[in-house]
Design a protein around this ligand. Sequence first.
Ligand code: FES
Length: 206
Amino acid sequence: MVTPTSDGRSSLVSSTAQSEELYRTHRLNLQAERLATRRRILRWVIRIGAGAFGLALLVPALALRSLTQAVDRVTAGDLLVYAIGDRAGLPIDIAALAPGTAVQAFPEGKSENEQNLIELVRLGDDPQGGLVAYSAICTHLGCTVLEALSPDGNIVCPCHASIFDPRADAQVLTGPAARPLPALPVDIADGRVLAAGGFDAPVGPA
Ligand code: FES
């Protein structure tokens, strides 16, 4: 507001001073508003960043979980259970496994890892022996070998007809597989079959 004075010049100076004051106030308000907006944006960025950080932690955690499942390998002390059929999940009954026959097994609680599939072969009729175990995953391209032995007592892969000799450390009798099936040491305790270690070589194609 312009204050009337007897001096027209003084009145003009006063009016200019008021305008400058109004302009300064307006600028201060504008700056305060911009600052508030920046703070809002910053808070939003921090929230988004925290979410992304959480996600970044979660993804490796999930990957690690999958990896842990994938590498849950057979190890010493694992109880062997039937892999397929009516008795899937039940302990292998050694008495029910006739000499010259085979059955496929998993270590109990580790069937999600297909690399754990085992071909358990009973070679002789000794109740405490004559039992050998190999990986049931073919070393050629990774197919599952047949559970039943061939008429001459060998392990057969149905994919490309590789044949392995269970009496001779699963050596290759006929290719295209180039290396034996990995062996698994086993023990018998109270009529149950337990793994006595892990496979002695990498499972599947290598
Ligand atoms: Fe077994 Fe080819 S995958 S013979």
